[in-house]
Design a protein around this ligand. Structure first.
Ligand code: URA
Length: 424
């Protein structure tokens, strides 16, 4: 096979055969296709697309490039969740203990984040001593012992995605629906849970900017899952403003703890309860409303909070001192009116520049820094009110860049957090 001919074929908009896709992925993983040729092909896929059969073959080849977790020794139905990535997204930290306290097994392999802020693993690592590197046996034992475990995806899982995703990130080839679908599903299938909910973020702070593309992506994700007998649900959620109040790794852990103590932001809890209800209702065969009531009760009676503490202790973390050591700059509003927009992408960029995220895989993260949004879309503010707080260490802060992320009007606007549910 000839990689130049394969690139040409896709550049002209033709369908690639199963053998061609397998050849490309396997040869890129073993190093016989170099980055520059793979980049050319990825860019051709970004502009020309891939049909369902091509996307399925790509997913399958990536999935089989590494180990597939054997969860058969976990009793009962196992749930997993994935987010396409958003600013302030600490949903997993609240969702997993809610589910586990309601008797659902959660086995979640997570990643570190590239981009604006850290991934779930970075957030957990901001807890002193927390061990994110579980062996497969430790991971499975923890799920059997306490009902949940979150571990960093080992190097052996989905080797192709790790290599291809890093290249996509460096070559502006992330934003392609078939590439996103195969990347997500190869990882989720390798983690091997029975029920998977994918939080498809839509808006200015997300990879997917509009609902139409979100629906197309969801269809790919669900249909790929169905091919492997996995139940996949896609929840479309709003990412036109950051989720909740806190952005930045330790700040997000603190917000998750507040949420588990019944003090969660409205938009954040809507996403958490929606995902939890979908999973509980599918597993227990009860209505979404009844499932939601179970979740709310787990917060009220503290069982979800207690589960979180049990989980942190099991993975050797210490939540007794999570105070951040950074400096804090309070930003006051110089406008009056209802907030109609908070530019999630720019807030994310500010958090990244403070050190909350990483641009390349090798960058280190400053767990202490970040941003707290005291006011959210829909809130009324008067000139002089506190708009937000910036936690920083060694960076010069331009307050106006933060203020400029806010748009105001004289009329209150309604914000929908949940934009739709797509299922088989
Ligand atoms: N999340 C992933 O896991 N992969 C992508 O390609 C995009 C978002």
């Amino acid at each position: 096979m000839n990689i130049k001919e394969i690139i040409d074929k896709k550049r002209l908009g033709c369908e690639l055969s199963n053998d061609e896709i397998k050849y490309v992925v396997e040869s890129y993983v073993d190093g016989s296709i170099p980055d520059y040729q793979m980049t050319a092909l990825l860019m051709a896929i970004c502009t020309r697309g891939m049909n369902f059969n091509e996307t399925l073959t790509l997913t399958d080849t990536m999935l089989n490039s590494g180990e597939i977790l054997d969860l058969s020794s976990i009793e009962g139905v196992v749930a997993d969740k994935h987010s396409t990535g958003g600013i302030g997204d600490k949903v997993t930290l609240i969702l997993a203990p809610i589910l586990a306290s309601c008797g659902v097994k959660v086995a979640k392999m997570s990643g570190r984040g590239l981009g604006f802020t850290g991934g779930t693993i970075d957030k957990l690592e901001s807890i002193p001593n927390f061990n994110v590197n579980l062996t497969d046996t430790e991971f499975i034992n923890e799920v059997n012992d306490i009902g949940m475990a979150i571990s960093s995806a080992t190097e052996n899982i989905d080797i192709a995605d790790k290599k291809i995703y890093a290249l996509r990130d460096a070559t502006s080839t992330v934003e392609s629906i078939p590439l996103i679908a195969s990347s997500i599903m190869s990882k989720k299938l390798a983690s091997n849970a029975d029920i998977i909910v994918i939080d498809v973020k839509v808006g200015s702070g997300a990879l997917i900017k509009n609902k139409k593309d979100a629906k197309v992506l969801s269809r790919y994700l669900i249909d790929i899952g169905a091919h492997y007998n996995k139940k996949v649900f896609c929840l479309l959620t709003n990412m036109n403003q950051p989720l909740g109040h806190n952005i930045g790794n330790r700040l997000e852990v603190l917000e998750a703890i507040d949420a588990l103590n019944g003090k969660g932001a409205k938009d954040l809890m809507e996403v958490v309860y929606s995902i939890a209800s979908i999973i509980i209702s599918a597993i227990k065969g009860i209505t979404l409303d009844d499932a939601c009531e179970e979740c709310i009760n787990s917060i009220k009676d503290k069982s979800a909070y207690n589960k979180f503490i049990e989980f942190v202790k099991y993975q050797h973390g210490d939540v007794t001192n999570l105070d951040t050591n950074s400096k804090v700059l309070t930003v006051f509003s110089n406008s009056t009116g209802y907030i109609t927009d908070i530019d999630a992408e720019h807030i994310g960029m500010l958090a990244l520049e403070l050190g909350a995220g990483r641009i390349s895989k090798e960058d280190s993260i400053d767990y202490d820094v970040g941003i707290i949004l005291d006011k959210k879309v829909g809130d009324y503010v008067k000139e002089g009110d506190i708009l937000g707080r910036i936690y920083y260490n060694n960076k010069e802060i331009d307050i106006n860049r933060f203020r400029n992320c806010y748009t105001y009007s004289l009329e209150k606007i309604k914000v929908d957090t949940i934009l739709g549910l797509i299922k088989v």
